[in-house]
Design a protein around this ligand. Structure first.
Ligand SMILES: C[S@@+](CC[C@H](N)C(=O)[O-])C[C@H]1O[C@@H](n2cnc3c(N)ncnc32)[C@H](O)[C@@H]1O
Ligand code: SF4
Ligand code: SF4
Length: 350
C-alpha cells in the first residue's frame, strides 16, 4: 500500500517538474477484439482478423516490464472473457503486485467463471450496463440484460471479495432512462457507477458507420446539466465533476479547461502488442513484441505523441481523461471525498 503511494507521489513530482515519469501508472490491455455482442455504438465486434493476439507468455512479459512502476493493470477488449487464459493472467498480475481489474459486458460471468476468477484473485470488475432491460438489450444488439443482472447478483452473494462497478455509457437513446436505471441498480446495492458519454473515437468507430442518432449536440446541454446535478448528489456515482463539467464545456465548444493526460499517466496496448498514448489517436508509438515498454515510453516518438494528446479534443473518455483529475489540485479540492474513495479503492486491491 505504501509502495503504491510512493509511486503516485513520484509520478506527481515528475509531471509537475515537466519530466518524463519512470513508467506508466495505469496500463490498459486490450486482450482480444473478439466479441459476443453487437452493440450499436461500438464496432469492435465487426473486426474479422483475429490471427495475431498476444500470447499468454507475451502478456506475462508485459506485466514483468511494468510491475515496478505501475499501480493499475486493467484488461478490456472486445470481450476479454472470451480468452480462456484470463485467470492465469489475472493471477500473474496480482502476484506481480499490480492492482488488477477487467471491464466486461458481463454476459460470460457465469457462476462457474466468477468462481474461477475469484479463485485467481480478481478483485475489481467493471460491468457495462447501458439502461433498463429494453434499452440495454436494444443498444447491445442481443438480449442479455437479465443474464447480466443475475450474474452480478450471484457475484455479490458468493464472491464479496470482488468489487463490482458499473460502466454506464450515456447517449441520446438512454438519457431519459438514466434515473429509472439508477433506481433499478438500488436492488443490487452497487456503490460504484461510472458514467461516460458516448464518443466515436477509434476503434469504436472504425467502420465509419453512422452513429449520429446516439450522439449529443449543443442543444442537449440543458437536459444534461439537469441530469448531472442529480448525479453530483448521488454518492454511488464515482465519475468526477471535473470530468462531467469538462464534457459539457467540450460540447459547448468552449476552450478546454480540463485536459487529457493520456500517455503521461497511462498507456494502451492493443491485442497485437501495439502501444499507444491513447488508442483513439490510432498511431501506435511502438510494438511491445519488438521494443521494450521502457524504450517506447522514453522515446522521442512517444514525446511527440504526448504533445498531440495535450491538443486533442477528439473525445471525452473517462478511462483516459478522469485519471488526470487526480493530478489537478483544482479538481481534487472541489470533491475531496471522491478522490479519497478512488485512492482507497485502489489501495484496497493491493
Ligand atoms: C470497448 S468495451 C470492452 C469491454 C466489454 N466488451 C464491455 O462492453 O464492457 C469497454 C468500455 O467501453 C464502452 N464503450 C463502448 N463503445 C463506446 C463508445 N462509442 N463510447 C464510449 N464508450 C464506449 C463500453 O460500454 C465499455 O464499458
Ligand atoms: S462495447 Fe463491448 S460488448 Fe459491445 S461490441 Fe464493443 S467490445 Fe463488444
Ligand atoms: S482526448 Fe485523450 S483519450 Fe480522447 S482521443 Fe484525445 S488523446 Fe485520446
Amino acid at each position: 500500500m505504501l509502495e503504491y503511494l510512493r509511486r503516485y507521489a513520484s509520478h506527481f513530482m515528475h509531471l509537475n517538474l515537466h519530466r518524463t515519469p519512470r513508467g506508466p501508472l495505469i496500463v490498459y490491455l486490450e486482450l482480444t477484439k473478439r466479441c459476443n455482442l453487437m452493440c450499436k455504438f461500438c464496432d469492435i465486434w465487426r473486426w474479422d482478423d483475429h490471427q495475431d493476439e498476444l500470447s499468454t507468455e507475451e502478456v506475462f512479459s508485459l506485466i514483468d516490464q511494468v510491475k515496478d512502476t505501475a499501480i493499475v493493470f486493467h484488461i478490456f477488449g472486445g470481450e476479454s472473457l472470451l480468452r480462456k487464459d484470463m485467470e492465469e493472467i489475472v493471477k500473474y498480475a496480482n502476484q506481480a503486485g499490480l492492482s488488477t481489474g477487467i471491464t466486461t459486458n458481463g454476459t460470460l460471468l457465469t457462476p462457474k467463471r466468477s468462481q474461477s476468477l475469484a479463485h485467481a484473485g480478481l478483485k475489481h470488475i467493471r460491468i457495462s450496463l447501458d439502461g433498463t432491460q429494453q434499452i440495454h438489450d436494444n443498444l447491445r444488439g442481443k438480449k442479455c440484460h437479465t443474464t447480466i443482472m443475475n450474474n452480478i447478483a450471484h457475484i455479490q452473494q458468493h464472491h464479496p471479495t470482488m468489487q463490482v462497478g458499473i460502466n454506464y455509457m450515456l447517449n441520446k437513446k438512454n438519457l431519459q432512462n438514466t434515473q429509472e436505471f439508477l433506481t433499478e441498480l438500488n436492488r443490487l446495492e452497487i456503490a460504484d457507477i461510472k458514467i461516460t458519454p458516448m464518443h466515436t473515437i477509434y476503434p469504436f468507430n472504425y467502420t465509419g458507420q453512422d452513429k449520429s442518432a446516439l450522439l449529443f449536440h449543443k442543444d442537449d446541454i440543458p437536459q444534461l446539466q439537469k441530469l448531472f446535478l442529480a448525479l453530483y448528489a448521488d454518492r454511488r456515482i464515482k465519475t468526477s465533476k471535473y470530468f462531467l463539467e469538462g464534457f459539457l464545456q467540450r460540447l459547448a465548444g468552449q476552450r478546454k479547461e480540463h485536459i487529457c493526460r493520456a500517455g503521461d499517466i497511462e498507456i494502451d496496448i492493443d491485442c497485437t502488442g501495439n502501444m499507444y498514448t491513447c488508442y483513439g489517436l490510432q498511431h501506435p508509438v511502438g510494438n511491445i513484441r519488438t521494443t521494450s515498454v521502457k524504450d517506447i515510453w522514453q522515446s522521442r516518438r512517444m514525446n511527440r505523441a504526448r504533445k498531440k494528446v495535450s491538443n486533442c479534443t477528439a473525445c471525452w473518455d473517462d478511462c483516459h481523461v478522469d485519471p488526470a483529475a487526480v493530478f489537478s489540485a483544482k479538481a481534487v479540492l472541489s470533491e475531496p471525498q471522491k478522490y479519497i474513495h478512488e485512492i482507497r479503492s485502489v489501495l484496497k486491491r493491493s
